[in-house]
Design a protein around this ligand. Structure first.
Ligand SMILES: [Zn+2]
Length: 107
């Protein structure tokens, strides 16, 4: 079972404005645009979540050991985190565009 959209289909992939990416399920802010980067994978990618915004669980589906990422408030599945991201964290939060909603800062 996977709810991941096909790569390069998410409008959030090309979102370049400043703002926060929030959980589509409960509207909790999860990632800042400041930590978004182009991973080349076709999914919105970040090198760090907002403080306390997400939780992780080990995911062994498909015969792989991966780390699944979920919303810390509603538990909604967001994507996975990998260890091949950029500095300073070295992490790549590979998110499903359908799990996120963008809230631009308009100040
Ligand atoms: Zn949520």
């Amino acid at each position: 079972m996977s709810a991941t959209e096909r790569p390069f289909t998410s409008p959030l992939l090309h979102e370049k404005r400043r703002g926060n990416f929030a959980c589509v399920g409960c509207d909790l802010d999860l990632f800042s645009s400041a930590t978004k980067y182009d991973s080349g994978t076709g999914w919105p990618s970040f090198w760090a979540p907002l403080e306390g915004a997400v939780g992780t669980t080990k995911d062994t589906t498909f015969g792989m050991v991966r780390t699944a990422v979920h919303c810390s408030r509603c538990g909604g599945h967001l994507g996975h985190v990998f260890n091949d991201g950029p500095k300073p964290t070295g992490l790549r939060y590979c998110m499903n565009g359908v799990a996120l909603t963008f809230k631009p800062i308009t100040a």
